[in-house]
Ligand binder design. Structure first.
Ligand code: SF4
Ligand code: SF4
Length: 424
């Protein structure tokens, strides 16, 4: 056994073997340091993603490249450091195109998991919607550059039997991307290619014919939570004593699929509370088309893809005291925003003229002055009006929505369970 040294993590003294990796030592002692590029057998560690940023002897830096030494003082959990780590992961989401509901890696993805772990509901950075070409040229692999976080795992760890690298960084600065050497890639066995796919912390590397799909409940990051009922009991007791006044909610589905509305109604027996305590004004639930009064709460599903959506959203802002974006489409555009990677003209041509499922010889893109005009791209709700709160999910879990509503309308405490926050 090697020499032991004394270190301090968040004020706690720890005895650790000298020279061991700080992330490992921290984890063994109950301190969670998020990592994305770190992989146990890649030595030396890469230190590329910086999501493990901690304060080491007073200076911020990546924990994964540090070996423990005598007297080391480490700070992991303070609000500034947590916010730095969160911002780094938010940047990764904003810089790539991460449409998780349509991604093969969903549920097995380290980046997605990190988003949940850090409680990311929304990226503070605007989404870039870059249109990077997907590389289908290799023999076994497909490289989806829009999901790559440039962690470098594949660059250093995927090699052929004769020691040649398969991946390399190309270009510089924000144009950097990971290229494949097709000749070397063709030498990999299928098993080696699948290993490379599993090494990638995101869904950037895929292998043809190797679905990453596993049943829900068996994926890498699936886990259940047990719902404590003490908040529910408090809420029901207050209702019985008549302490909760009836409130008015309005809802709208803009550029969304109605999934969030369906989820909202999936609260089982809590629907009885909802019916007693809430009256719905303008909403597809009641089919009431116009506001009849000022509402306590407005719930918006979907982003804005046409002029009518913008008009509706502005009316909701005016007529609702509190306005909430519910679901990914309302929060940042979601799946409809897949069209943001191309111009509106290209999108219409693809949909009506070039798509393989279109009628052969069709030369017409439908247009009628009575149809709402499409916007140049899909906008998130907060790009149009001020949004007060965000409930993430695709769709958000029914209980997550109901708890948020209870909190906003009656100031009820609640805790969001991991399985309620997690929605992939
Ligand atoms: S790579 Fe991960 S974060 Fe990106 S879309 Fe796929 S599941 Fe979501
Ligand atoms: S392809 Fe995957 S493993 Fe390679 S750099 Fe990108 S995210 Fe990392």
């Amino acid at each position: 056994m090697g020499k032991h040294v004394n270190i301090t993590i968040d004020g706690r003294s720890i005895l650790a073997e000298e020279g061991r990796n700080l992330v490992e030592v921290a984890r063994e002692n109950g301190f969670f340091i998020p990592t994305l590029c770190y992989f146990d057998h890649i030595d030396p560690p890469l230190g590329t993603c910086r999501t493990c940023t901690c304060r080491i002897n007073g200076k911020p830096g990546p924990a994964c490249t540090e070996k423990v030494r005598e007297g080391m003082m480490v700070e992991v959990n303070d609000s500034e450091l947590s916010d730095i780590r969160k911002a780094l992961v938010e940047m990764m989401f904003a810089e790539g195109n991460h449409f998780c509901p349509s991604c093969e890696k969903s549920g097995n993805c380290d980046l997605q998991h990190m988003g949940y772990e850090l409680g990311i509901a929304i990226s503070r950075f605007p989404h870039l919607f870059k249109d990077r070409l997907i590389d289908y040229n290799a023999k076994r692999m497909v490289l989806e550059h829009n999901r790559c976080i440039k962690c470098m795992r594949c660059v250093v760890d995927v090699v052929t039997d004769d020691g040649k690298r398969v991946f390399s960084y190309q270009n510089r600065g924000n144009e950097t991307y990971v290229g494949i050497d097709y000749e070397q890639e063709a030498k990999l066995s299928r098993a080696q290619a699948v290993e490379a796919m599993n090494l990638c912390p995101t869904g950037a590397i895929m292998v043809r014919g190797e679905s990453m799909g596993q049943p829900f409940g068996e994926r890498k990051f699936d886990r259940n939570s047990i719902r404590p009922d003490y908040y529910d009991k408090q809420f029901k007791a207050k209702k019985r004593k008549g302490k909760l006044t009836k409130k008015t909610i309005a809802t709208a589905s803009l550029a969304g699929c109605f999934g969030c509305h369906m989820s909202m109604l999936d609260i089982d027996t809590d629907l009885l509370d909802l019916v007693e305590l809430v009256s719905f004004d303008k909403s597809p639930i009641t089919d009431i088309k116009n506001f009849s009064k000022q509402c306590d709460l407005g719930i918006i599903e979907g982003g804005c893809c046409n002029e009518e959506n913008v008009e509706t959203l502005r009316a909701f802002r005016e007529k609702c005291d509190i306005l909430v974006s519910v679901g990914e489409c309302a929060i940042w555009g979601g799946l409809p925003a897949m069209r943001n990677t191309m111009s509106l003209g290209e999108c219409l041509e693809e949909a009506f003229l070039n798509c393989v499922t279109n009628e052969e010889g069709n030369t017409v893109i439908p247009y009628d002055e009575n149809l709402p005009k499409l916007l140049d791209k899909v906008y998130s709700c907060r790009e149009i009006v001020k949004i007060d709160y965000f409930v993430p999910g695709c769709p958000p879990d029914a209980q997550h929505i109901w708890k948020a509503v209870r909190n906003l309308l009656w100031d009820e405490n609640y805790s969001i369970l991991y399985s309620e926050f997690k929605y992939d």
